[in-house]
Each structure stands twice: as C-alpha cells, then as structure tokens.
Design a protein around this ligand. Structure first.
Ligand SMILES: *Cc1c(COP(=O)(O)O)cnc(C)c1O
Ligand code: SF4
Length: 443
C-alpha cells in the first residue's frame, strides 16, 4: 500500500465520507482549522468501520466532530471562517482560540534543560533516568489523534513547539548526565523520519562515551497508523537493520507503541510488523490513555492487553487523558478511570499485569490512582507517584478528598483536613515544606 494522507485539502475524497451529513463534514473543516486534522488510506480502509459512524472508535480517534470544541469556541471559529478575513488576522484569531485550549499542559517548558546558558529546545529532562528528545524531522505523525496533547506542535504554534535540529548539543548534554539510562525519542512520531535521519541521532549513542545509556526508546504510533513503515516502505529494511544494530551493540531497544483500541491489533499487516520488529531483538511496550467514546470499557482493555501479550508485546501504561485540546470531549472522572482499570486488570493473568495505571502526567510527576478507600470514616482517593519530579516522591502512598466529579489532578484537595499535599512546593519550586509530617522523606 502506498501512503496517502487526507487533510482538510482532500478529505472529501475519502471513500466512506459520504456517510456523513453536511453538518458533520462542516465540523471537520471548522475544527480542523483549530486542532490539527490528518488521516490516511490505511486508517480509512482497514481500521474504520464506516457502517458504524460516528460511533466507530477509530473514526472518533481521527475525525473531529462538533462536540470536540466547547460550543462558544465552535461558533466563534465558524464565524471567523465565514468572514473572509485576511490570512494573518485569521491566524491570530484562531491562535487565540487555541490558547484557550491549554496548549501546553503540565508545564512542559519547565523540563527543558539549560547547558552553558543555552536552552536545549527539543530536549525534556524531568525524571532523572530518562531524557526525552524531539528530533525536528519527527514532529509529525502518520495521522493525528483528536485527543492529542502534542497538537500545538502540528499547528505551527512555534513558541510551544519542542524540537531539535542540532543534535550535537544534546549529545554533549547526555555525556555529562551519568544518571541517565534511557533516551526516549518522541514527537510527533520519530518513525515518520527517514531511517537515515533517525540513524544520525541514534548511532552516535552506541559509542563508548555513552556507556551509561542502556536503553533507546522510540515512542511511536506507526503500528496503528502506518504499519507498512516496518515492512515495505522505501527504507523499511534499513530501519530493521538499524534496530538490529542497536540490539547488537548491547543496548535495549524499546518501541513505546501507542495503541488505543483492540481493533488496531487486528489487521494482518500490524501483526506482521510486530513480528518483524520483535525479530530484530527489540521489545515493544504498549500504552494508551483511557478515552470516552474510544475505549471507556474494561473489556476492551483486557482484550487489548491479552492480544498484545499474545503478539509478544508488554503492556506498560494506562494514562488519563491530559487537560488540553478536546479534553472535555474525551474526559472521564478519575474514579471511572480507576474502575475501568481495576475491572480490566482483574480479568487478565499476571502476564498482562505489567501494565500500570491509570496515571496522570502532571507537573509534579506521573500520579497513579490506586483506588478509592474509606480511611477512618473519610472517603479518599489513594494515589502514588510512578514518576516524580523529585525521585524521593516515587511510590509513597498519599490521599486526596474523594470527589466523584474530579477529572484531573489540579482539582484534587488533600484529605484529612491537610492544607497541602506532601510534595507541594514553596516559592522556590518543588521542595518539601518544613511543616510536612512526612519529613522523613526530606533529602
Ligand atoms: C512519561 C515520561 C517519561 C518516561 O517515563 P517512564 O516511566 O520511564 O516510561 C519521561 N519523561 C517525561 C517528561 C514523561 O512524561
Ligand atoms: S500519534 Fe501521538 S503525537 Fe501523534 S497525534 Fe497521536 S497522540 Fe499526538
């Protein structure tokens, strides 16, 4: 199959699109001007069931619909686009709407390291052991998810774009950071790059001065959106040779594969791609957010984890959708996310229970909802850090007031009448407060 993208320019040509009425098609155009829109012929021909529109999960994953923007914003965008405005003015106005959609959740810019007074745009280093790297050529995807939290990177909002053209600075930084064991290439999707471009970033890391780097990780949704990337694209064979080279050098190669729904694992081509990747010695770990109208049922998750394990993949994370973009369309209360996780987790064997979640990636770290409990008459959420800005916070249980409506960490309040959570910051940043009862944890 040859890759064919569908964007705002040609989506009317998608076979199947005729199932949509006039208003639904207009919604694609309106929202597609605010949030990025792209799909491709593999997704539309092999993953979407056009007899089940608009409920089909993969349709919902790729195609904007009216309710994905708050009503006011939708109407504003509709008006702007019908006004025949000058292009620059239109862009400014659209950007105002985008800014109201929290384009930069979890304060990602705080994770950009500084070396010799230079900010390393394109690098994020939040957790001691793992550095994220955003190669500039990889800041796109084979299709775009409607819930994506990286959407500003595809919308030309340049101030918010994380990417790096110049890898030398990154290598210099890594050489100094001996506690870093993992480099995670991310985007967008780094596997939209040519093998050649990817090799230029990865091969230097196989050298002697990077002995402290044990694992190269590639975050990708290509297995869902373009599995041919691993099979018969122009440079697929070179890509597999690069994977083998990494493994032969003695490092782990981990594909962090993004799967949202079991249907994504059902085609012959994705199965062949998984098998080919595994034959190089790479491992595949899987992750996904839990999303309303896409995968908000425990049976889908247990089915997905089982299929993944059958195919030799390792379930890794269940996330809670971040507070950005079309979040209000996809969001679920924390309690519901936990119930989905718990039920799914309880109906699979230990081989699937490598998965952890549901987890929120927020400023202080990755926070897992362990459950709802009654502690001395107070109903509480039990939480813990899976990753912490400060690594001492990891794996310490803590409590928040129960609230059935809460959908994100910033709405939580400490339980038991406490004023702050144990990790909350003073003006200088993330430090324990002196008054903290958990001060045994102080560094
Ligand atoms: C999730 C994440 C990582 C990787 O965390 P692991 O638990 O090692 O998979 C690294 N950096 C940031 C900023 C992250 O959000
Ligand atoms: S594949 Fe990942 S980065 Fe790309 S659109 Fe989807 S969520 Fe965003």
């Amino acid at each position: 199959m040859n890759y064919q993208a569908f964007t705002l320019l040609n989506y009317e040509q998608i076979p199947g699109i005729s199932c949509l009425n006039e208003e639904d098609r207009e919604a694609i155009r309106i929202i597609g001007h605010v949030l990025p829109f792209k799909t491709n012929n593999y997704v539309t021909e092999q993953l979407i069931n056009w007899n089940d529109i608009p409920n089909d999960p993969i349709f919902t994953l790729n195609f904007p619909r009216k309710e994905m923007l708050p009503k006011k914003m939708y109407n504003k965008s509709l008006n702007l686009l019908s006004e025949n405005l000058d292009r620059n003015i239109l862009r400014q106005e659209i950007n105002k709407i985008r800014m109201a959609l929290n384009p930069n959740p979890a304060g990602q810019e705080h994770n950009v390291p500084v070396m010799d007074d230079i900010r390393l745009h394109g690098v994020q280093h939040k957790y001691r052991e793992t550095v994220l790297f955003f190669p500039s050529q990889g800041q796109t995807c084979h299709a775009y998810c409607t819930f994506c939290f990286r959407w500003p990177q595809f919308s030309g909002m340049n101030d918010l774009k994380f990417s790096m053209k110049e890898a030398d600075l990154f290598f210099k930084y890594l050489k100094q950071k001996h506690r870093v064991t993992d480099v995670l290439f991310t985007g967008g999707d780094p596997l939209t790059m040519t093998t050649n471009a990817l090799a230029n970033y990865i091969e230097p890391l196989l050298g002697k001065e990077f002995e402290h780097i044990h694992t190269i990780r590639l975050g990708t949704k290509s297995l869902t959106y373009w599995p041919y990337r691993f099979l018969n694209d122009k440079d697929s064979d070179e890509l597999m040779a690069l994977f083998e080279k990494i493994v032969k050098s003695g490092k782990n190669l981990t594909i962090q594969a993004h799967f949202n729904h079991p249907v994504e694992l059902s085609t012959d081509v994705v199965r062949q791609a998984i098998s080919r990747i595994r034959n190089t010695g790479a491992q595949i770990r899987t992750q996904s957010p839990v999303l309303r109208k896409i995968n908000d049922h425990p049976d889908l998750w247990s089915e997905m984890w089982r299929k993944q394990v059958d195919l030799g993949c390792i379930p890794y994370y269940m996330f809670i959708a971040r507070d950005t973009g079309a979040k209000q369309f996809f969001e679920l209360p924390l309690e519901k996310c936990w119930k989905i996780f718990k039920k799914a987790y309880s109906q699979v064997s230990g081989t699937c229970r490598t998965v952890r979640g549901p987890s929120m990636s927020c400023s202080p770290g990755k926070i897992q909802v362990l459950g709802v409990a009654d502690v001395k008459g107070e109903k509480v959420f039990v939480l813990r850090f899976l990753q912490g800005h400060n690594s001492n916070w990891v794996d310490v249980p803590f409590f928040a007031q129960y609230d059935p409506e809460v959908t994100w960490f910033d709405q939580l309040k400490p339980a038991f009448g406490e004023k702050k959570f144990f990790f909350e910051c003073d003006d200088q940043g993330y430090k324990y407060l002196n008054t903290n009862k958990n001060n045994i944890l102080l560094e």
